[in-house]
Design a protein around this ligand. Structure first.
Ligand SMILES: *[C@@H]1O[C@H](CO)[C@@H](O)[C@H](O)[C@H]1NC(C)=O
Ligand SMILES: *[C@@H]1O[C@H](CO)[C@@H](O)[C@H](O)[C@H]1NC(C)=O
Ligand SMILES: *[C@@H]1O[C@H](CO)[C@@H](O)[C@H](O)[C@H]1NC(C)=O
Ligand SMILES: *[C@@H]1O[C@H](CO)[C@@H](O)[C@H](O)[C@H]1NC(C)=O
Length: 369
């Protein structure tokens, strides 16, 4: 039998006395949020009990290694004996961070959480060491959202496939930031049948080429939104090609906070037919890039370096165009549905001018001191 090893189990069962360090856990007044930071060299883990009645729970390990705990827990214990305790936890969102954890222990936690009602799990600043034997049946939590930030894995490119075994298949949102490998071993990954949003933001090394290996073909059949903020993307058309290779059908694509070049892209790339929202804000664009989808509901070009208002022939057919925060600011009269983002600024401006003008007038008449 797979040994039952878990940080969770430890946090619930370990208790040892220590002098009087600052209390590591804080529960808010409504008993909704509870956060523990075990950064003390000799932390008192029993404080974790404080969090058993909270819904949003955070455990930070102070950067320590939890490997020595492996020797101290009963590897013969049946997870079922803790099932009732775990079932009674009202935890909905759990964050675990700042530690070096053996994979066996991390997956022990996920197995225990299989009895919980947890919906969101965040792992951050973790180094996962070692590996585990493959599983026959997934017994982990039924998560809606899984977020990983700066998590490194001893299993290298196979990490997502390994982690996936411990999750029930209903995952809708997957976020992976600051990772060391998005070059997934696609043949080992199973289909994510319900995944709607994939967020690979804050992976500046990714780029269009990395995207091709990250978007394992036919593993994300329900994907609707791809978020690639600050992901080393250079051209929208390069992303178009990667999407075409992966056969991904998207509705929303966020390329904001990349340093985009506005060169014409690979000719003949067909964007996903359902794509209706494209975010190109904060991308230092000086011109509207060529080769964008022909028709969009929303195009966000705000906070770029456009020094003139784009002409309609440079733009896709778009219902809502966002252009605020660009250098061109000369207020133009409202001339069509596509510049709704432009007109708001001058309206506010003139309103502000007239309000302060009114005040100046009133001051002049002596009504205001
Ligand atoms: C935990 O406490 C340490 C030491 O006080 C601090 O450096 C660290 O930022 C804290 N971590 C979190 C997540 O608050
Ligand atoms: C990433 O996580 C490691 C622990 O695995 C930590 O030492 C490092 O400081 C973290 N990096 C950042 C940028 O937080
Ligand atoms: C990605 O993985 C494949 C094998 O799965 C390997 O051939 C390739 O060199 C890897 N690419 C990078 C950038 O590590
Ligand atoms: C586009 O991205 C920026 C920055 O990431 C965000 O603030 C903005 O709300 C997004 N625009 C739309 C239309 O969602």
């Amino acid at each position: 039998m797979e040994p039952v090893l878990g940080l969770l189990l430890l946090l619930l069962t370990l208790a040892h006395a220590s002098p009087d360090p600052p209390e590591p856990c804080v529960l808010d007044e409504e008993s909704v949020q509870c956060s523990c930071n075990f950064s003390d060299p000799e932390p008192d883990w029993s404080y974790a009990f404080l969090c058993t009645g909270a819904q949003d729970v955070e455990f930070y390990g102070g950067g320590r290694s939890l490997e020595h705990f492996l020797k101290r827990v009963n590897t013969e214990a049946d997870p079922g004996q803790f099932a009732d305790v775990v079932r009674s936890l009202p935890w909905q969102r759990l964050t675990v961070g700042d530690a070096r954890v053996p994979a066996q222990m991390l997956f022990g936690v996920l197995r225990m959480l299989g009895y919980s009602r947890l919906k969101e799990l965040t792992l951050e600043n973790l180094e996962v060491t070692g590996t585990t034997r493959p599983l026959l049946e997934a017994t982990g939590p039924d998560l809606n959202t899984l977020s990983l930030s700066n998590v490194s894995w001893a299993t290298g490119d196979a990490w997502l496939a390994e982690l996936q075994q411990w999750l029930k298949p209903g995952l809708k949102v997957l976020k992976i930031a600051q990772t060391h490998s998005l070059n997934f071993s696609c043949e080992q990954i199973q289909v994510f049948p319900a995944l709607v949003t994939l967020d690979l933001s804050d992976n500046p090394e990714l780029g269009e080429r990395g995207l091709i290996s990250a978007l394992c073909p036919s593993k994300f059949p329900a994907l609707q939104v791809l978020v690639l903020r600050n992901a080393g993307v250079e051209t929208p058309s390069g992303v178009c090609s990667a999407l075409a290779v992966a056969g991904v059908q998207l509705e929303g694509l966020d390329l904001s906070h990349n340093l985009l070049r506005d060169t014409a892209g690979a000719p003949g790339c067909d964007w996903p037919s359902k794509l209706n929202s494209l975010n190109l804000s904060f991308t230092e664009l000086e011109h509207v890039p060529k080769g964008l989808p022909a028709k969009l509901s929303v195009l966000d070009l705000s906070y770029n370096r456009l020094d003139r208002k784009p002409r309609p022939d440079e733009l896709p057919k778009v219902d809502k165009l966002l252009l605020k925060g660009n250098p061109f600011s000369n207020p133009e009269p409202h001339s069509g549905e596509y510049d709704s983002g432009v007109v708001t600024a001058p309206v506010h401006l003139s309103l502000a001018v007239s309000v302060s003008g009114t005040l100046a007038v009133l001051q002049g008449t002596g009504l205001f001191a």
